[in-house]
Design a protein around this ligand. Sequence first.
Ligand SMILES: Nc1ncnc2c1ncn2[C@@H]1O[C@H](COP(=O)(O)OP(=O)(O)OP(=O)(O)O)[C@@H](O)[C@H]1O
Ligand SMILES: O=C(O)c1ccc[n+]([C@@H]2O[C@H](COP(=O)([O-])O)[C@@H](O)[C@H]2O)c1
Length: 205
Amino acid sequence: MMNIGIFGGSFNPIHIGHLIVAEEVFQQRKLSKILFIPTGISPHKESGGLIDSFHRYEMVKQAIGDNEHFEVSDIEIKRPGKSYTIDTIKILRETYGPGSNLFLILGTDMINEINTWKDIEELSCMCHFIVVNRFPITLNGEIIKKSAISGEKKAEIEKLMVQIPSLDISSTEIRKKLSKGLSIKYLVPERVENYIRKHSLYAKR
Ligand SMILES: Nc1ncnc2c1ncn2[C@@H]1O[C@H](COP(=O)(O)OP(=O)(O)OP(=O)(O)O)[C@@H](O)[C@H]1O
Ligand SMILES: O=C(O)c1ccc[n+]([C@@H]2O[C@H](COP(=O)([O-])O)[C@@H](O)[C@H]2O)c1
């Protein structure tokens, strides 16, 4: 049976925080693979600062190239309009069939906002949630309790939670550094840094 980790994000750009999350979830939950899915248009993010999806997709490709358990999907960047997770999960259910399990990977910042997501009840019936600690935000049990997530999946969240070494790293911080002309060495894989430099992404103006 295939157990697939689904890791969606704007990846603007992908950083080592994302990679450590994916590797820890893969190992700790013994998944078959991790599918990185860069958003076309992120549903709740201001478009300011979000660079072209093609570049974000390419940077994910560069970052995961040396890991045979990681894959990248262009399913969201090819779809027009906002990238709602429910639409993606419906397609992936078809692709992988009833014999496979889908595990949606989310940082604590994301799961605490789950009530604002589209068709959350239906979504929760189609996949499992794997939550990962994201400094400094802790899992808010009250939010989960009150959410539209189906009862069975609510009960599962704590059981499936994966602890990672806390890394206070965000794409926002990396974009800020680049815009100031500062180094991002070690915050992103070398190949991603080279890609950013080659295409003058997030550059100092
Ligand atoms: N350092 C981190 N530790 C744990 N989870 C993380 C970390 N960075 C990102 N994530 C998780 O990865 C997913 C995708 O994140 P996203 O691409 O929005 O990155 P970001 O760093 O939060 O970006 P931005 O700063 O632009 O908002 C989310 O579920 C988020 O919670
Ligand atoms: O489906 C939704 O309503 C929804 C609302 C907000 C975020 N998401 C998804 O959550 C993931 C992280 O989003 P982002 O934009 O914060 O990087 C990404 O895969 C988004 O498509 C999904």
